[in-house]
Design a protein around this ligand. Sequence first.
Ligand code: DAH
Length: 339
Amino acid sequence: MDENDKIVEEAEEAASKARDSRSLYETKLKFLGREGRLATLMKRMKELAAAQRPVFGKQVNALRERLEVMFAEHEERMKREELMNKLAAERVDVTMPGKRHSEGALHPVTRVKNELIDIFSGMGFEVFEGPEIESDYYNFTALNTPADHPARDMQDTFYLTDEFLLRTQTSAGQIRLMERKKPPIKMLSPGRVFRSDDDATHSPMFHQMEGLVVDKGITLCDLQGMLDKFVEAMFSKTSRTRLRPSYFPFTEPSVEVDVSCYICGGKGCPLCKGTGWIEVLGAGMVNRRVLENCGVDPDVYTGFAFGMGIERIAMLKYGINNIKLLTENDVRFLDQFKN
Ligand code: DAH
């Protein structure tokens, strides 16, 4: 019995010295493991006389029980200590102010572009994107604007070589699509265009949205009906359109399209410069020469086309007075377009 007390005392001392669960476990093995002190004691059983063995067995079992209880207590203590240490190490100050993550938003040009695509795809238009580097042929010649044509002066062009240029208009997409697809056609072509032009309402790079409809029996009335639907969706339910005669080489007749001023409703205000109308896009019936250039028979098919500046629509819609604001990307400006 004395020896039992001694062993327990020794184990107790070793267990109290253990600094973590691992060393506590190793200590426990030294006493209760397969090669531990207790196992060694049991081996002594063989040396004893048969009569002494049950007494000895009982004592060893009593010792095992005491050791197990003692180690269980230490394990419990160790677990608690380790948890406390972990909590202390991972302490979080819940009163600390959080980090703000400011959320981004779509650029107004992207918003308007998406809105345009939404409105026109609802009317059955499909999106086609042409290249930004164009050949002179697609940007001008095929659009009934040959080299010496005075209309080339309407657009100051960035030429890359004699043949290639940065497209000045998304109208080039009309030709590319008609070469690929036979009518009926309902195409919408958004994209960047480039012109050597720079002031409060002009930027050397801006975005356009081109539209093209070609089928049998298309008339100017179809164009105006579609435009009315468009301005209702884009500006306001009461918005109306007005067509003014104009000139573009690729349309005949050509029109300039005005929308009734959505600020004053047509009475006249600073936005519409007192006229009640705001110019929003160019359009017209596709010139038969253009159809011919694409192998479409103008005696069978007719069509209308339109083109608008996306920045211009965005400026009108959001009351932006300088186009530069749309490329400077000042966050204080862009922040205002969060929903
Ligand atoms: N491409 C013309 C421009 O950039 C805009 C335009 C006018 C496009 C009439 C058209 C159209 O499709 O029919 O000024």
